[in-house]
Design a protein around this ligand. Sequence first.
Ligand code: NAD
Length: 362
Amino acid sequence: MKRRITLIPGDGIGPEVSLAARRCVEATGVEVQWEVVHAGADIMEKKGTPLPDEVLESIRRNKIAIKGPVTTPIGSGFRSVNVALRKELDLYACYRPCKLYPGVRSPFQAIDLIVVRENTEDLYAGIEFESGSPEAKTLVEKIKELNPKAKFHPEPAISIKPISRFATERIVRFAFETAVKNNRKKVTAVHKANIMKCTDGLFLQVAREVAKKYEGKIQFDDRIVDNMCMQLVQKPNDYDVLVLPNLYGDIVSDLCAGLIGGLGIAPGANIGEGAALFEATHGSAPKYKGLNKANPTAMILSAVLMLRHLGEAKPADQLENAVATVLKEGKSVTYDLKADRNDPTAVGTSQMADAIIKALIR
Ligand code: NAD
C-alpha cells in the first residue's frame, strides 16, 4: 500500500535537503505518494500568505508530513510558519533525539540524549504587544492595578508567557512514555522555577506529579536551565531524556545539536494526537540557498523518525545504518563535517545523499 505523505520543501536550503530526504526514503523501497505543498517566504510572494490553507488541509488529510525549514523574518514581517503549524495542528510535542554517530567530530563520546520540548505555549505563544501601542499601555496600567509592586521603564514591549497544567501534564507524560518506549532510565525536567515561581513553578510541580506515576520504572530529577546548559557541555552522559517548556527547549535543542556535530546532524519531529510533522532542528540557512552545500543528514534522519512512526521499522533502521556508514567513513560528507571547513574533498548535498543511497543498497 502506498503511503500518502505531505511534503513541504520549505525555503532557503529547504528544497535541497528535503529532496535528499525524499530520494533516501524512496531508496528504502517504502512506497510513497508525495503530496507536495508549499509554505514559507517564496509562496508568500505568490499567494500573499506564507501558510496557504491547502498546507494545513493536506496534513490534516494525510496525518503525516515532512517539512524543510522555513525562514521567519526577524523583528517584523510575517509570524513563524513553524509556530503556526504546530499551533494549528496541536503538534504539542517536539521530539529531538541527539545521538553522536561514530566518525563525527565532538569532544564527547557516545552521547545519546532525547530532548522533548513543549510546542504550544510559553513565550512562543505569540501573545505580544508592541512598544508604545495603545494595547501595551492598557496592559501596563492593568498590571499596575493588579500588582502595585510592578515597575516598568517607559513604553515597554511585552510578551506573555502562559504555562498551563494541561500542556505541562501532556508533555511530561509524553517524555516519560518516550523514556519507557526507548528503554531510557531517566527524565530530567528543565525550568527556571527559582525566578519564575508561577509559570516555571507550575511546570516543575506538574512534572513532579506526573513523575510519581512512573516511580520504580523511570527515574526523575530536575535542573535549573542555566545550570543544565553548563552540565550538558561538561557531562552530557549524566542525562538521558530532557523535558522543557517551549523556549528553553528551543535553545537547549541547538546546544545538544552542537554536542553531536552541529545542526546539520540533528533531526526532529512535532507530534500531536491527529498528525505528525517531521523536520530538522536547523533553519533555512539562507546564505547556502541553492549552493548544493548544506548537510542533508538532519533531514534524512528526520525521515528515519518518520518511517519509524509509520511502523516501517526495518527500512528506518536500514536508512539510519546507511547514514551511520557514510558518517563513519567521513569521505562523502558535506563541508561542515570535515575537520577543515574549506576541505576541497567535501561533497555537496545531493552527492552526500547519493553516498547514503549507495550504502543503503550495498
Ligand atoms: P539556521 O539553522 O538556519 O543556521 C544556523 C547555522 O547553522 C548557520 O551557520 C547555518 O549555515 C548552519 N546550518 C544550518 N543548517 C545547516 C545544514 N543543514 N548544513 C550545514 N550547515 C547548516 O539558523 P538561523 O540562521 O538562526 O535561521 C535562519 C532562518 O531559519 C530564520 O529565518 C529562522 O527563523 C529559520 N528557522 C526555521 C526553522 C524551521 O523551519 N523549523 C528552525 C530554525 C530556524
